[in-house]
Design a protein around this ligand. Sequence first.
Ligand SMILES: Cc1cc2nc3c(=O)[nH]c(=O)nc-3n(C[C@H](O)[C@H](O)[C@H](O)COP(=O)(O)O)c2cc1C
Length: 190
Amino acid sequence: MNVTKILLTALGLITFSLTSCSQNKKTESMKQNDNKAIVCYFSATGTTEAAAKRIAEITGADIYEIAPETRYTAADLDWTDSLSRSYVEMHNRERRPALKDSVTDLSNYSVVYIGYPNWWNTHPTIINTFIEANDLKGKTIVPFMTSGGSNIINSEKELKEQYPGLTFGKGLLMNGKSDSEIRDWTKQFK
Ligand SMILES: Cc1cc2nc3c(=O)[nH]c(=O)nc-3n(C[C@H](O)[C@H](O)[C@H](O)COP(=O)(O)O)c2cc1C
């Protein structure tokens, strides 16, 4: 082997080990972001917010409020008034109430919990605004809900129909759930 060949071989070995080292680092950092979760919630009167905080605490996930551009007043939430804001927004399901933040940076998360109150046995249309404003393809979206008694089944069914290109995990109605029930439910998304 002449000197040039020895030098070229040595250079090759150094390049190989540097590349594989940086790839290992990349794999390591990707692993750290695997299934990183965020709890996004909309709450008009605080109940879903409290539920979201419990999920975030139990899972160690980040938390983010899906805030409307204009907060809902008590009059807005009067479901007995067919002229109230919530009534009007929910009886034309094409409505997309504006968000405070038009886009949210969810690029670091592979699991996105989305929480909301039950309105007329489904999710408020501001949840549609949020889903459509953000790129959720390839992420696992996990719905959760609080309600006066109705369950989450219809909302989950409608979300799957509205967004066939998205991946949904099994949702949870948070009413009366214990910490261990929440922990058991979230385990499948780790
Ligand atoms: C406009 C409106 C419609 C509602 N519709 C329902 C319903 O169909 N079924 C139900 O069980 N609860 C219903 N509720 C009750 C809420 O789902 C419940 O109080 C929820 O926990 C409120 O969450 P929040 O405090 O995070 O806004 C409704 C409440 C409002 C304001």
